[in-house]
Design a protein around this ligand. Sequence first.
Ligand code: FAD
Ligand code: DHB
Length: 392
Amino acid sequence: ITTQVAVVGGGPSGLTMAYLLRQAGIDVEVVENRSRPYTVDRVRAGVLEQSAVELLTKAGLGERLHTEGQKHDGIYLQFDGEKHRVPFADLINRSVWVYGQQEVMKDLLVAHDKQGFSAHYECDNVALHNLLTDAPSVTYTQNGQDVRITARFIIGADGFHGISRPSIPESEITHHERVYPFGWLGILADVEPSTDELIYAIHDDGFAMHSMRSNTVSRLYLQVDPEDDIANWSDERIWEALQTRLGHPGFTLKEGPITEKSITPMRSWVSSPMRYGNLFLVGDSAHIVPPTGAKGLNSAFGDIAVLTPSLLDFFTTGNEKGIDAYSKDSLDRIWRTQNFSMYMTNMLHRFYSDNPAQDDFDYRSQLGQLRTVVNSRHGMAFLAENYTGIVW
Ligand code: FAD
Ligand code: DHB
């Protein structure tokens, strides 16, 4: 197969890039190693920044997002028995949308179907070749057949565990990593949310968060040991911990059947540069963040917003300025996002030092930091600007 752009990975990054490029008349093939249902059924991100919403809306992908998604004009920060609202819209006139990654994926697949296009699913042994030439290729086996796709460019949108990043020689790429001493236990529950806006809470026992997917489905998270086994967490134990950490006078956390639960470790990671020859890395393949700032999926959309017009410029005029600037421009933005995700994570989690004096000091200092934020219009505006997202 010969095409203009070969995309590796049929997650949100890959499908959005492919859709936007095809919309502009570029030939694109997408190679995905899992099945189509698998790529949709994974429960992941829940919050879209305003810029991501604008990108999807402009692309014609916003119809259901605007009818079924919920626009949120603020979040709550809860600590030391107090609950404070950070009013994004009042402070900076920007908002976020609660709309699950699974819904974004469904919209993308419908849009691809309308374009008469499908990714190649269940491809094994995906490998990249000739990345430093103008005819790089992707090979894979599907139903026992060996296939090669030759393109002008390859987009590595195959997530953190994909093969695109490892296809770059180690001497040509640097990895920056920070691992956190905790993970998030996340649940989906069939129960009406107990809050109108997201609650980020730090409690003596650790972080907890209340998010949602709809008026009938709640999404909640608990800080846990990253090595902990989900089998140790009965539904009863999960609700008890959530009640303790989110509880405060005048608030009732409604409980309901848990339909999904899992533990995700937390780390920050950036690989640099995000380009090698004619391979461009996009989304989780190049960078991941701890989820506290809700930045994972949104960062991917930031990459796409820069790379898509640059590729289109190259294909229509031969201008390479945009594609040459992609890695540096993206990394400048990604490091801002990394810093914000780390700031939120450090402020809102318990670090549990072995040294009780240090533990006590660190925790009180975090509470001081939270008070600095909620007592200052500038502090809250800083959080609001970064949470609702960098304006691309
Ligand atoms: P992915 O979604 O990982 O998609 C990559 C695609 O490439 C997948 O479909 C994969 O099957 C495919 N692939 C992998 N290897 C190959 C290969 N060798 N060949 C071909 N295809 C391949 N972000 C938030 O903002 N909030 C959250 O609550 C949140 N929760 C998360 C929970 C988990 C368990 C994880 C892993 C991530 C979470 N994230 C969250 C991050 C967010 O989901 C990601 O940032 C987002 O999915 C990135 O999209 P992507 O398309 O770049 O990568
Ligand atoms: C969700 C996940 C996040 O990481 C976050 O910061 C906010 C919301 C969610 O899954 O709804």
